[in-house]
Design a protein around this ligand. Structure first.
Ligand SMILES: NC(=O)c1ccc[n+]([C@@H]2O[C@H](COP(=O)([O-])OP(=O)(O)OC[C@H]3O[C@@H](n4cnc5c(N)ncnc54)[C@H](OP(=O)(O)O)[C@@H]3O)[C@@H](O)[C@H]2O)c1
Length: 213
């Protein structure tokens, strides 16, 4: 599959490398693709371009940009380049302010998530929330003592979620589908919870698991 990754940060690079590892073709997009030159030189097979070029390339698109800039990045990617495609939304609506006693501040309200806003603004794309509530170093084929971790996902399109479930399997995750886009109101704040051990005692290597009977 051709995957277009929007973003030049740790998440974009980690997920891009994961897709390459599993045999997909990847183009990573940035407003300034030149900034990816060193990383590209060390990452066999990856190509880079603008947000629009990466989105056009992808049969599936990954959105991994600063939460406040997510709508701008998608606008630059272009509605026509996103139409009908699964968009894995790894973004968190983190405020430009320090955490309070280890708890991140969000710019969204608990009754309206960032992903719902993006889904409303770009209705032709099939957003699936995923990879937002685990740190980049633990995202792809990371072994945990407690077994296979759970990736909480949500989105309005069943086919898109099926696609993401298959990717989760490749990347070493079991999937818990929490339903439509509204469930992002609950999944986005998992990032706050995930970060607390990091901010309070520098423990960043963990993931969530849903235990069932
Ligand atoms: N870091 C983690 O471990 C982690 C884990 C889970 C989820 N997340 C979430 O994943 C997302 C990416 O995180 P990150 O740490 O990899 O990177 P980041 O530093 O949060 O974001 C970097 C990206 O944001 C883009 N960006 C910034 N301002 C922009 C603007 N005004 N217009 C368009 N694009 C803009 C940059 O584009 P250019 O390339 O053009 O500069 C760059 O690609 C965030 O929403 C974060 O909350 C992060």
């Amino acid at each position: 599959m051709n995957v277009g990754v929007l973003g030049s940060g740790d998440v974009a690079k980690t997920l891009a490398a994961g897709f390459l590892k599993h045999g997909h073709a990847v183009k990573v997009g940035s407003r300034s693709p030149a900034k990816l030159a060193d990383w590209q030189a060390q990452t066999q097979g990856v190509t880079t371009g603008t947000f629009a070029e990466a989105a056009a390339f992808g049969e599936l698109v990954v959105l991994a940009v600063k939460g406040k800039a997510a709508a701008d990045a998608l606008t630059l990617a272009g509605m026509k380049n996103l139409a009908g495609k699964t968009v894995i939304d790894a973004c968190n609506p983190i405020e430009d302010a320090p955490p309070e006693k280890g708890v991140l501040r969000f710019f969204t309200d608990i009754n309206m998530s960032l992903m719902e806003k993006l889904q409303n603004q770009f209705p032709a794309a099939h957003f699936v929330k995923a990879y937002n509530s685990v740190g980049a170093p633990c995202m792809v084929n990371h072994e945990f003592k407690g077994g296979k971790p759970t990736m909480f996902i949500c989105g309005n399109d069943a086919g898109a979620k099926k696609q993401v479930e298959q990717i989760n399997e490749q990347f070493g995750w079991e999937t818990a589908d929490m339903g439509p886009a509204e469930a992002a109101r609950a999944i986005e704040p998992l990032c706050m919870l995930w970060c607390i051990p990091g901010f309070t005692h520098n423990d960043w290597m963990h993931a969530f698991k849903l235990l069932t009977k």
